[in-house]
Design a protein around this ligand. Structure first.
Ligand SMILES: C[S@@+](CC[C@H](N)C(=O)[O-])C[C@H]1O[C@@H](n2cnc3c(N)ncnc32)[C@H](O)[C@@H]1O
Length: 364
């Protein structure tokens, strides 16, 4: 669905779903103060963990084993059109008003010396450079490039590298191509396609990198097998995901009334920190890093602050995208989305839901 079609036919998005709970309806209308909303989200997190823990070790492990098996028998990604429409086909100016200056739509890195979101974006991008062992002259594939946060960073930092960026969103490609033109970067090509059907020549990339796209994927075995084949011998894959420290669950079953799955993450998956490690047929793990969820908590709170500070312009864009009747509702839904992310990743001081980095190498 393109941004034009959203604007031309705004009523295709129902203001309030039939099965939304009364509390959710009130929250979506802005009738519940943010503090109370955040409290409710934390309660949901606690409930999920206590339900999982009540199962006991063996039952939980058995469920996770069945989950891994199910992923092996899924398509690479499901519900791709819905997920794309929910985020990635919205006009880029919406994200320019909410995200940092690199438009990094994924967790940034904060420590005591990080003054703001732009600096936190830069810190995380720098970390990718080190951990993925990126270098000038490499041929690099980026899967799920968003609005080019890493692609444009790599293109400027490694002028002799060649970067092939992939996402399923046309507005993202147009945005990146325009930035490359403005900045005189001629080492980037962007492909708009669903990763399910992405076809590339074998043995051509020194590096593949993917930042928060794997959570939209299901069949990691198939995906990692294909990435392995696209890499040169000795080539490496760097992945950044968000995850839970032990649990993996699909978003269609997450939360009491599945608000997140319905509006923001249809077909998405919360992987566990070890989920990807079950799929090492074609690539093998070299290094894994775990980061506390507070990095994401701070990132999502910064996005919310930006949205609120730029409310007037945000409302104009949302009116264009969703229609005048639904703009206010969607403004609040996006606010709730950022708050849900902040509270989930901030839960128990970031010790439950995490950010994980992996560097894999092609086998053989
Ligand atoms: C959360 S965003 C992350 C964007 C970017 N990596 C960043 O960190 O700013 C996920 C990205 O994956 C892409 N994506 C999700 N599902 C996809 C699919 N099935 N095929 C291709 N791209 C997909 C989205 O279009 C988006 O670019």
């Amino acid at each position: 669905m393109s941004s034009q079609s959203l604007a031309a036919d705004p009523i295709q998005r129902e203001p309030v779903a039939e099965n939304e709970s009364t509390l959710t309806r009130w929250a979506e209308r802005g009738l519940i103060p943010d503090g109370l909303l955040r409290f409710g989200i934390r309660r949901q997190c606690a409930l999920r963990l206590s339900q999982e823990n009540a199962l006991g070790v063996e039952a939980t492990a058995e469920r996770q084993r069945a989950q891994i098996d199910e992923l092996r028998h899924s398509p690479i990604a499901i519900e791709t059109a819905a997920a794309n429409a929910q985020h990635y086909e919205l006009p880029p100016p919406f994200f320019q008003l909410c995200l940092g200056k690199n438009l990094k739509y994924s967790s940034c890195y904060w420590d005591d010396s990080t003054p703001d979101l732009d600096a936190a974006e830069a810190r995380m991008l720098g970390l990718y450079g080190e951990r993925a062992e990126l270098a000038d002259g490499q041929h690099i594939l980026e899967l799920g490039c968003g609005w080019g946060s890493l692609t444009l960073w790599m293109a400027a930092r490694y002028p002799s590298a060649r970067i092939t960026a992939v996402s399923n969103s046309r507005p993202q490609r147009e945005f990146i191509e325009a930035r490359c033109k403005e900045r005189g970067l001629d080492n980037v090509s962007v492909i708009t396609t669903d990763v399910n059907t992405l076809s590339l020549e074998a043995d051509q990339f020194d590096r593949a990198v993917s930042i928060e796209m794997f959570e939209h994927m299901r069949n990691y075995e198939h995906l990692l097998q294909r990435i392995g084949a696209w890499l040169k011998p000795g080539g490496k894959l760097f992945v950044h995901i968000f995850c839970h420290k032990t649990l993996a669950y699909p978003f269609e079953t997450a939360g009491e009334d599945n608000w997140m799955g319905r509006h923001f993450f249809t077909g998405g998956l919360m992987p566990a920190a070890d989920t990807l490690l079950h799929f090492q047929k074609d690539i093998h793990i070299e290094e894994r890093w775990l980061l506390p969820g507070i990095h994401y908590e701070k990132t999502a709170n910064a996005w919310l602050e930006n949205q609120d500070r730029n409310r007037e312009q945000v409302m104009e864009i949302l009116t264009q995208a969703y229609g005048a009747e639904q703009a206010k509702l969607w403004n609040q839904r996006w606010r709730m989305f950022w708050m849900a992310c902040a509270e989930l990743f901030g839960y128990a001081e970031g010790s439950e839901w995490l950010v994980a980095h992996y560097r894999f190498a092609r086998k053989g």
